[in-house]
Design a protein around this ligand. Structure first.
Ligand code: CTP
Ligand code: MG
Ligand code: K
Length: 182
């Protein structure tokens, strides 16, 4: 696979996993998933930063984006002269839902390590959602996953994602949408 194609594929195929967390920042609030419960260490299970509304709206936003990307894929692919992947119906859901789930699991780990809501955990913050989004998608649509996420594409994703994460969260912080720049 050509380098340009690998970069385009990595970015395009991961967009439905990138958007949910940002949508959750805008839409979050209301009842926390853990219902205020604490773990045996006395800390919150997940914390007030993981809400039902944020998770639902984040997942819906990512799935809607994936459907929109499928609709414009032929035109974009033709315009730039690079093949672009189409999301199968299941991937439409596993990419955004996996991203939200990864972020939730990361909060569980953060609380167990004594970090308060909003505390930074470098690398976990930047890659939690990628790992679970990819794992869930690999399990749900293995054929499409192997075809789309070649080793080169996965490497590009692992390098590109932390950079994009730092950039988008920094912008969200400067716009006062987020309390911390991570
Ligand atoms: N959010 C949400 N539901 C989610 C994820 C995020 O409602 N499943 C919203 C919350 O308002 C959260 C904000 O998006 O405060 C920012 O998300 P994030 O940085 O992941 O949460 P933090 O508040 O930093 O909490 P944590 O330390 O648990 O990551
Ligand atoms: Mg945070
Ligand atoms: K997070």
């Amino acid at each position: 696979m050509h380098a340009v194609e690998a970069i385009v594929t990595a970015f395009w195929a991961m967009l439905p996993a990138y958007v949910p967390n940002n949508a959750a920042v805008l839409a979050g609030g209301g009842r926390p998933i853990d219902g205020g419960r604490t773990w045996r260490d006395g800390n919150r299970l997940l914390g007030d930063g993981k809400t039902w509304r944020g998770t639902a709206i984040g997942t819906i936003a990512g799935a809607a984006l994936a459907a929109a990307l499928n609709a414009v894929a032929p035109a974009v692919s033709g315009a730039i002269g690079v093949p672009i992947p189409r999301f199968p119906p299941l991937a439409l859901l596993t990419l955004p839902f996996g991203a939200m789930l990864g972020d939730i699991l990361a909060s569980f780990i953060k609380r167990r390590s004594g970090r308060e809501r909003g505390a930074a955990f470098p690398l976990l913050d930047q890659l939690d959602f990628v790992v679970v989004a990819l794992a869930l998608t690999a399990g749900a649509v293995p054929g499409w996953f192997r075809e789309t996420f070649t080793l080169t594409v996965v490497v590009v994703v692992l390098v590109l994602t932390p950079a994009l994460h730092v950039l988008t969260n920094g912008v969200a912080y400067l716009l006062d949408l987020k309390d911390e720049p991570w």
